[in-house]
Design a protein around this ligand. Structure first.
Ligand code: NAD
Ligand code: MG
Length: 396
């Protein structure tokens, strides 16, 4: 084998970041930790730097950089700050592969920069693709980047598509993409209880341990709404071709149905190290630390139609996809503000989706000419959403 691939992990202290390090560490001949970034939890970042000795670490602010420098007295790791630091590691000539695992819109610019630098980009940060779909995909095409999905559903779809897949379902005999969804912690909770559920209840996902933002997104099913849009851009699937299937066991990670009636599924334990290892080593297969699937213990697999009344976020996902232009960026930004307000106990759970719908109603979709339009729509939606959070919390 040639020299190890240099990995830059954006969002190294998060759930995806740590799982990436866990897989990479099992294969020191294949992967070298070249750069790590984190926004908070500096003690954890310092421990990761001492363990993996990356060439670069990126933090948000200069005070954090000073504190980190003191902890890493050897000077082996150069410490950079802010968006310039993220861009530097995402585009560095020696970076081979970028794991985009920052949560939310904050990941957009470094992830697009990695695509424009023609890197191998492992995409966990679905929000970046949702916001800027056409611009993101054009950057991948124009600069010869390799884009591999980390989201378990999209990684599963990718595995179920033929090797010849070219980024467009057309011509591959695909009828539908079936995205599975666990239904989150509130799938069966009586509707009247949903008014008063707490952030900790929303973050207690039945099958996956994830960061708090995506956990709330799973509870509202906004996560699936974002994933519908993500599937559109990754696979060239129309909104009619994308169907959501509630599957409480989270064993079938998604499916592809072909014109001849065949349905190909990817199964596995719900462990993000599987899609991470798949993308890291693609097209080879490597050990991920994930145990064998015990079908006898699981016993049965259930599939249920999604309840659009209980989870109106799903409708908003399809709506944003159909509207196109700035609409997905508006949806995403309003969601980020609403989720933060819910986690800060400034907004009740059921108000999250209501607020997003109100912001979408106030912000008609505009065409996207470039990244500035995405950023403007994002800022506008955040402003609207903050005003609504203020009003809605006064009404409580
Ligand atoms: P997390 O909250 O656990 O970690 C987020 C990471 O991003 C942390 O390292 C944090 O320091 C960093 N970060 C946060 N805000 C930042 C900012 N403003 N600037 C720079 N860095 C910042 O989140 P996660 O669960 O690991 O999710 C990361 C991404 O992966 C999300 O887009 C999520 O939707 C996606 N994803 C996660 C999972 C999962 O199982 N956790 C599954 C599929 C997709
Ligand atoms: Mg997912």
């Amino acid at each position: 084998m040639s020299r190890p691939q240099n990995l830059a992990i954006l969002g190294a202290t998060g759930s995806i970041g740590r799982n990436t390090l866990d897989v990479a560490e099992r294969h020191p001949q294949r992967f070298r930790i070249f750069a790590l970034s984190a926004n908070e939890r500096m003690d954890e970042l310092a421990d990761l730097c001492l363990r993996h000795r990356p060439r670069y670490a990126v933090v948000a602010r200069s005070a954090q950089a000073d504190a980190l420098r003191k902890r890493l007295e050897s000077g082996f790791t150069e410490i950079l700050t802010g968006s310039q630091g993220l861009e530097r590691i995402a585009t560095h000539a020696e970076t081979d592969c970028v794991m985009a695992a920052i949560v939310g819109a904050a990941g957009l610019e470094p992830t697009i920069a990695a695509a424009r630098a023609g890197k191998k980009v492992l995409l966990a940060n679905k929000e970046a693709l949702v916001m800027a779909g056409p611009i993101f995909m054009e950057a991948v095409r124009a600069h010869g980047a390799t884009l591999l999905p980390i989201d378990s559903e999209h990684n599963a779809v990718f595995q179920c598509l033929p090797d010849s897949f070219s980024g467009e379902l057309r011509g591959h005999g695909v009828r539908r993409v079936l995205l599975t969804a666990s239904g989150g912690p509130f799938r069966d909770v009586p509707l009247e209880r949903l008014h008063s559920v707490t952030p900790d209840e929303a973050c207690a996902h039945p099958n996956w341990v994830m960061g708090r933002k995506i956990s709330v997104d799973s509870a509202t099913m906004m996560n699936k709404a974002l994933e519908i849009i993500e599937a559109h851009w990754l696979f060239g699937a129309t909104h009619e071709q994308i169907e959501v299937v509630v599957h409480p066991q989270s064993v079938v990670h998604s499916m592809v149905e072909y014109a001849d009636g065949s349905v190909i599924a990817q199964l596995g334990n719900p462990d993000m190290r599987t899609p991470i290892a798949h993308a890291l080593a693609y097209p080879e297969r490597i050990e991920a630390g994930v145990g064998s699937l015990d079908l006898f213990r699981i016993g049965r697999l259930d599939f249920i139609a999604p309840d659009f009344a209980r989870f109106p976020a799903l409708k908003l996902g399809y709506r944003a996809l159909k509207e196109g232009g700035t609409s997905p960026a508006t949806l995403n930004a309003a969601n980020e503000i609403a989720v933060k307000a819910f986690l800060d106990r400034r907004l009740p759970f059921l108000a999250i989706t209501a607020l997003i719908e109100a912001v979408m109603n106030e912000s008609p979709a505009r065409a996207l000419a470039g990244l500035d339009d995405v950023i403007d729509a994002d800022l506008d939606a955040r402003r609207h959403a903050e005003i609504l959070v203020g009003k809605m919390s006064l009404q409580r």
